[in-house]
Design a protein around this ligand. Structure first.
Ligand SMILES: [Zn+2]
Length: 463
């Protein structure tokens, strides 16, 4: 009971804005607690969702570099093609809180999530769990610019930028806070469709992930609140010579789907197990920015048709649960020399890269899985090959009964690429950035699958 009371006070303190401005009186919140104290039966707590967005584009004065291509040598971006955003969805039920954050950035290094948590605590915001999901656009904030431990000055790999780090963390904390203030009762449904010919395996393999998956969230009166959209491919329709900030095709997808749905809906895009997947452009010959725009818009058209199938299907979830699994990482293994020898690695492999990996990567990691009825997202901390993603999706779906399992690609922290053992041994670009060796991929898949598989409905008590 002490525990419940503590939770209540913490809750009241952190979310007082929500209680007073959003949907109800504190009395309504008291009812479940009072009836817990009285021994039940209790009405189920409402399922609440709040969405917010924030412009993450760094001011020109910061001279931020674009992450993703070593050939750019950390030169500052030359301007903005389309603005890059961070978006947050807070999910709440009773005293459970989870925040899902998507961002048009390359990836987050390991220190970002704990630093963000600290910042939220300073603001008096308590969340049980967070899932951070970068889209992996190669035309936005660089990953190693956001790593305070990155003392290395290697322009091919990214240079720490303290002001940009502060700026980005401030914005992320702000958008999370805003989504918590916007909580209101909501209804949801998940939808899935297979898209053939929209992505390809860039290592020449046959495995692709064809799933376009949506979580459609509506307000109680049926107006659209948010959509979590997932399709798997590298956002690399813009190349190294495109030097303007852009969300690449995921940026266009989110903008276009928001326009089509209307009503101020927030569309959040996240990637999947995209380690070896490229997009198959719709306009092969168009200039790069047009190619990205066309692909995003065409994908939004498919997503919109799928979203409409959910009309009248949303309901109050009966299964809202999340779980964090922590695990030790396998030992770091010296990456194999690349088969073709791109200039980048010649010098780096002689020692600097090895030292960076040792200093900048953690020894343990984690995966957060979130379930909303048939939709389930499983966070995976890096760039996983599609084959590994498929294994996790299938095994978790079998174990939990969730029909629409999606991978949260590059979730929370970027650790490296992860391949199947056979693909690691086969060589090429990705193994040179797979720092946990041939068994890294399979080892993480086991740990992550085991954790997420426990998000199954509780069995009714035997009488
Ligand atoms: Zn990548």
């Amino acid at each position: 009971m002490m525990c419940s009371e503590f939770a209540w006070f913490r809750f009241e303190h952190s979310w007082s804005n929500t209680l007073s401005t959003s949907w109800s009186t504190p009395l309504r919140w008291l009812i479940p607690w009072l009836c817990l104290l009285a021994g039940g039966p209790c009405p189920a707590a409402e399922w609440l969702v709040g969405a917010a967005r924030i412009d993450l584009t760094p001011p020109a004065s910061l001279k931020a570099a674009l992450g993703g291509y070593s050939a750019r040598l950390s030169r500052p971006a030359q301007g903005v093609h389309d603005r890059v955003w961070a978006k947050a969805l807070t999910f709440a039920e009773g005293d459970k809180r989870l925040v899902l954050v998507t961002a048009d950035v390359l990836a987050f290094p390991p220190p970002v999530k704990p630093a963000l948590r600290e910042r939220l605590e300073r603001l008096g915001i308590t969340v049980d769990e967070m899932i951070l999901l970068p889209s992996h656009t190669h035309n936005s904030i660089d990953m190693l610019a956001l790593h305070p431990g990155n003392r290395f000055q290697v322009p091919q790999l990214g240079i720490y930028h303290p002001q940009l780090y502060e700026h980005t963390l401030d914005k992320l904390a702000e958008v999370i806070q805003a989504s918590g203030r916007a909580l209101e009762p909501a209804r949801a449904v998940s939808l899935r469709q297979k898209l053939t010919g929209w992505n390809r395996n860039r290592r020449g393999g046959l495995t692709v992930d064809p799933d376009l998956t949506l979580l459609r969230i509506d307000r109680l009166d049926g107006r659209p609140l948010a959509v979590v959209a997932q399709f798997t491919a590298h956002p690399t329709l813009l190349g190294a010579s495109e030097m303007l900030f852009s969300g690449d095709w995921p940026g266009a997808l989110q903008r276009s789907l928001e326009e089509r749905i209307g009503g101020g809906v927030t569309v959040l895009y996240h990637n999947g197990a995209q380690g070896d997947l490229s997009p198959a452009p719709r306009e092969e010959k168009a200039p790069a920015y047009e190619k990205a725009e066309a692909y995003g818009r065409a994908l939004a058209q498919e997503a919109h048709a799928l979203w409409r199938e959910g009309e009248g299907q949303t309901r109050r979830p009966t299964q809202f649960a999340f779980r964090k699994t922590t695990f030790d990482l396998p030992p770091i293994v010296k990456p194999p020399a690349p088969s073709a020898s791109p200039g980048l690695f010649n010098e780096l492999l002689s020692g600097t890269l090895e030292q960076m990996v040792k200093e900048l990567l953690p020894r343990t990691s984690h995966s957060v899985a979130l379930r909303v009825d048939d939709w389930m997202i499983v966070g995976m901390p890096g760039e996983f090959a599609a084959e590994l993603g498929r294994e996790v999706k299938q095994r978790v779906a079998r174990a939990t009964g969730a029909k629409h399992v999606v991978i949260g690609g590059l979730a929370d922290e970027w650790l490296s690429y992860f391949l199947t053992e056979a693909e690691y041994v086969r060589g090429g670009y990705e193994p040179t950035l797979s720092f946990f060796g041939p068994r890294g991929g399979p080892t993480l898949v086991e740990a992550i699958t085991a954790g997420a598989s426990r998000l199954r409905p509780e069995k009714p008590e035997q009488k």
